[in-house]
Design a binder for this molecule. Structure first.
Ligand code: BT5
Length: 263
């Protein structure tokens, strides 16, 4: 990965032409937008495998309507638009593909099931996958990826759970190059996944999944409980163990918090 000493270069805009070298569809570049996921949802006639990327998001979103802090020029705020011919239950596996892509591009990072990429147990990247229905039964999926690259400081409420590549290594990084690496990894994995399904990526995911082997706090609509995270299922769901035995939990249904620290 390319790191830089000159902060002016660091804050130079992302170069969409360089990014487009690894994007099969179009690259849509915004200086400022509400949210790249939102842009991808609203934009018409978008070719499959396109990428939306912005310098700044004014209402970046996490899951369940949570906010995603997207400071101008300091991170990668992008969404990948896909039209996969897969069943709706498999859409969450695209989140996992995105997580692996980011973790391949960020040396030493691990993944907190299902969608956070961590450095030192703090979140360096988050992923928000959304499905768009146009009433015609077609699968349109938007995989939003946020990466804190050169962020020097987070709002106080995030400082103990968020990190950036800069805070982790002391170096600034070229966002275009990093976005390009992530997108290239994503489309490689995506093709493998379309061909061979989740089994193509399960081993790598299991190795990188920081949640496994830990005590976790499972928060679902109906209950909250402590369990041990023991494995990943053949579909990317988390297998947990309690005194009552083993159980599979689905990312759409539960929130998982580690008992020791953030992960
Ligand atoms: C996520 O949600 O982690 C998904 C984040 C997806 C962001 C991308 S950016 C491009 C695209 N466009 C969008 O509008 N979104 C996507 P979740 O697991 O719900 O985590 C959200 C929580 O992470 C918040 O409630 C905060 O606690 C924390 N958070 C907010 N901003 C953060 C940041 N920049 N870095 C680390 N943690 C953050």
């Amino acid at each position: 990965m390319i790191f830089m000493e000159n902060k002016e270069l660091v804050l130079a805009p992302v170069n969409p032409e360089i990014l487009s070298e690894v994007v099969p569809g179009n690259v849509y570049y915004y200086d400022i937008t509400t949210s790249t996921n939102q842009e991808a949802k609203l934009c018409k006639n978008v070719p499959d495998k396109s990428v939306f990327i912005a310098e700044e998001q004014t209402s970046g979103r996490g899951r369940l309507g949570r906010d995603w802090v997207s400071q101008r020029g300091y991170g990668i705020w992008m969404s990948i638009y896909l039209e996969p011919e897969i069943s709706a239950e498999k859409i969450s596996q695209l989140t996992i593909i995105a997580g692996i892509s980011v973790s391949r591009a960020i040396f030493g990072s691990l993944i907190k099931w299902p969608n956070d990429v961590l450095l030192d147990g703090k979140k360096v990247s988050g992923i928000l996958t959304e499905m768009v229905s146009d009433g015609k039964n077609s699968n349109k999926v938007i995989v939003g990826i946020g990466v804190n690259v050169n962020t020097e400081m987070f709002p106080e409420e995030l400082s103990d759970k968020a990190t950036s590549l800069f805070l982790h290594t002391g170096n600034f990084y070229d966002r275009t190059e990093l976005a390009k690496n992530i997108v290239a990894e994503f489309f490689d994995l995506y093709e493998e996944f379309l061909k061979d399904g989740f089994s193509a990526i399960k081993d790598e995911y299991t190795k990188k999944c920081a949640t496994l082997g830990r005590e976790v706090f499972i928060i679902s609509q109906n209950e909250e409980k402590i369990a041990k995270a023991v494995d990943i299922s053949g579909d990317g769901e988390l297998i947990i163990e309690t005194d009552a035995g083993r159980e599979i939990v689905n990312s759409g249904e539960v929130s998982v918090r580690g008992l020791l620290g953030y992960n």
